[in-house]
Design a protein around this ligand. Structure first.
Ligand code: NDP
Length: 449
């Protein structure tokens, strides 16, 4: 159980609530961070006196715009686009673009706010930002997706740049969308500015391991946590949600390290494959043919598709929520605990509700919050920026080694900060406190801006 917010932090929280009414996911992310940093500000009242917190919760810039586009039949659609440039004290704004019908300003702000601390934790000189649109790419042709992304970039290009703001992918934005976005940026600016977007295809400026990085990184973090108890992922069963970029490569790394992931899901339901997920088939169904996950079960003897209940009803030792925010609640957590789960690593951003996190921690499970566990994606994006700036290309093995080292460092930073602030083993407090102090110190050093 977290202790109640001290008065100084409660003031910041209440002012932010009043100013950002209705943005529930943002409020949730804000409260989690403020609760975690209470022990930090107790030792450092200057963070309050200098207004660092007041400034941190308010984005430096929020851009909202109309995105008009035409579908294949010629009908006109109007979506809303967002880019929230949250904090650039440590480097250019950095964070993904999400294309999903649920996207609104509150969702983008929660993601951008989390991104500040996640990026600080990587130690790589990147600020925090996030963007996206309520556009739904499901069922749209390649040409429709291209027209939409071109229209989106036609506004956003004037706000980004390799030293200003560097977007990447997130839900609904993968290599195809990044390609169309980059093409339009190059056309509008007459600059082949590789470092303006990350998640590019390797052929024209992308980095090895970027595609795999978030999923691989979450499993590396899981290994580090288990190692503190003399354990490992090998020989364990894993339940994974999602079947997109993060889930697929978490499953791959789990398999490479000797674990047995047995589930995958999407918004239509989940599959259980007790023999272990056939990764080639999952990639074929989801990445190549862009079909529903039920098609996996239809093609795989022994696997079953379930459209009711929850993937968290399936027993497993390791739990990796890799789909979306608030997908795992307190009831799911108690089922998982009852079924013998030992560790949770959030591949997605804020997939566990606050009461689920509390239940896992109270039951003594290892729990890795997304801002630590899924930081491998943005960390490898920063490696992509480095390669673009120096016109170098690193091979897969050395890039994966760097990712593993970064995840080890993130684990140590979070682990040590948790100890320092009197909550050993609490990676939520550790990750927030370690990330926050880096950003806050940079803001203090740079004066009132
Ligand atoms: P993808 O679009 O590749 O995949 C998302 C997956 O989650 C799909 O299987 C999708 O199913 C499912 N999903 C999305 N929304 C919902 C919903 N409302 N209910 C049920 N299922 C849903 O996205 P990513 O794998 O890139 O991202 C997944 C999570 O990881 C997000 O929280 C993202 O912010 C986070 N993340 C991603 C990073 C990256 O590098 N890509 C980096 C760090 C965090 P369906 O197709 O049916 O919608």
């Amino acid at each position: 159980m977290h202790s109640p917010l001290p008065a100084s932090l409660r003031d910041v929280y209440e002012r932010a609530l009043a100013r950002n009414a209705g943005e529930t996911e943002f409020h949730q992310a804000l409260l989690e961070v403020l609760e975690s940093i209470a022990p930090v500000v107790e030792h450092r009242p200057d963070y309050i006196e200098s207004g660092v917190l007041e400034r941190l919760v308010e984005p430096e810039r929020q851009i909202m715009f109309r995105v008009p586009w035409q579908d294949d039949s010629g009908a006109v659609h109007v979506n809303r686009g967002f880019r929230v440039q949250y904090n650039s004290a440590l480097g250019p704004y950095k964070g993904g673009l999400r294309f999903h019908p649920s996207v609104n300003l509150g969702i983008v702000k929660f993601l951008g706010f989390e991104q500040i601390f996640k990026n600080a934790l990587t130690g790589q000189g990147i600020g925090g930002g996030k963007g996206g649109s309520d556009f739904d790419p499901h069922g749209r042709s390649d040409n429709e997706v291209m027209r939409f992304t071109q229209s989106f970039m036609t506004e956003v290009y004037r706000h980004i740049g390799e030293h200003t703001d560097v977007p990447a992918g997130d839900i609904g934005v993968g290599a195809r969308e990044i390609g169309y976005l980059f093409g339009q940026y190059r056309r509008l600016t007459n600059r082949h500015e590789s470092g303006v977007l990350t998640g590019k295809t390797v052929l024209w400026g992308g980095a090895q391991v970027r595609t795999e990085a978030t999923g691989y990184g979450a499993v590396f973090f899981l290994e580090e946590m288990l190692a503190t108890r003399g354990e490992s992922v090998a020989g364990r069963t894993a339940v994974v949600s999602g079947s997109g970029n993060v889930a697929v490569y978490a499953i791959q790394k789990l398999q490479q390290l000797g674990a047995r992931p047995i589930t995958a899901s999407d918004s239509s339901g989940y599959v259980v494959d007790d023999a272990g997920i056939d990764l080639d088939l999952l990639k074929q169904v989801k990445e190549v043919e862009r079909l529903r996950v039920s098609e996996y079960a239809a093609r795989r003897p022994g696997a079953r598709f379930v459209s009711t209940g929850s993937v968290w009803d399936v027993p497993g030792d390791l739990v990796l929520p890799c789909a979306t925010q608030n997908e795992l609640d307190a009831a799911h957590a108690s089922t998982l605990i009852r079924n013998g789960a030992v560790a949770v690593a959030e591949g997605a951003n804020m997939p566990c509700t606050p009461t689920a996190v509390e239940a896992f921690q109270d039951a003594g499970l290892l729990f890795a919050p997304g801002k630590a566990a899924n930081a491998g994606g943005v960390a490898t994006s920063a490696l992509e920026m480095s390669q673009n700036a120096s016109r170098q290309r690193w091979d897969f093995e050395s890039s994966e080694d760097r990712l593993r080292d970064i995840m080890r460092d993130i684990h140590s930073s979070a682990f040590e900060a948790a100890d320092l602030y009197g909550r050993p083993g609490d990676y939520v407090i550790g990750a927030n406190a370690a990330g926050f102090t880096r950003v806050a110190d940079a803001m203090l050093a740079q004066g009132l801006v």
